[in-house]
Ligand binder design. Structure first.
Ligand code: NAP
Length: 168
């Protein structure tokens, strides 16, 4: 089960009596886990400080926004790597809301995709997978064709040259 914090946008931001201390939430959720009512505990939309604070509760995965167009959670990802926590980012392609920049629009992504004979979405997802040995991707789609393409991204291997192009 993922605890999604509501400290900051996007989405609802907790106000007034909706604001609940992280320690209180962790206490309630670890009690449910200890009773066997939930299998394991993950966090979503958290800062590195919050994750560090929560790690002793036994956090197994983190779901923050992360992609080639949003690397604001690098410090959270570093902590996940260090503590062998699974990295399951949301918006791995940049999201679907109006105004969000899609990973496929980046010239570097298109360049690497052409070099590999892959699609730009596959390159964007392969990049996320390359960022941690415990990374998983959860791209959203309304299309079976895109779903099949995204599943096949697991077979796209990025070279050091590809990664350098994407990181430039
Ligand atoms: N924890 C949280 O707070 C949180 C917040 C937001 C989202 N999420 C979760 O994160 C997951 C992903 O979020 P998301 O769907 O909003 O963002 P996303 O996966 O980054 O982007 C989805 C967008 O990419 C397009 N797309 C997908 N595959 C494509 C492909 N192969 N080629 C071209 N375009 C492609 C989709 O269009 P088509 O439909 O046309 O394919 C859609 O517009 C979802 O499971 C969502 O529930 C979690």
């Amino acid at each position: 089960m993922n605890l999604r914090r509501a400290d900051a946008p996007p989405g609802l931001v907790a106000e007034g009596d909706q604001v609940v201390d992280l320690d209180d939430q962790l206490a309630a959720l670890t009690a449910l886990r200890d009773e066997g009512l939930i299998g394991a505990l993950g966090l979503s939309h958290v800062s590195a400080d919050q994750l560090r604070h929560a790690l002793p509760a036994g956090i197994v995965c983190v779901q923050n926004a992360y992609s080639l167009v949003d690397r604001s959670s690098e410090a959270v990802l570093d902590l996940c790597r260090e503590h062998d926590v699974a990295w399951v980012p949301y918006f791995p392609l940049g999201g679907a809301f109006p105004g969000q920049t899609h990973v496929t629009s980046l010239p570097a992504v298109q360049q690497v995709a052409a070099r590999l004979g892959a699609t730009p979405s596959q390159v964007g997802l392969a990049w996320v997978l390359a960022r941690s040995p415990r990374a998983m991707v959860i791209p959203g789609t309304r299309s079976v064709g895109h779903l099949e393409e995204n599943v096949a991204a697991g077979s796209v291997s990025l070279s050091a040259e590809d990664l350098a192009t994407l990181d430039a």
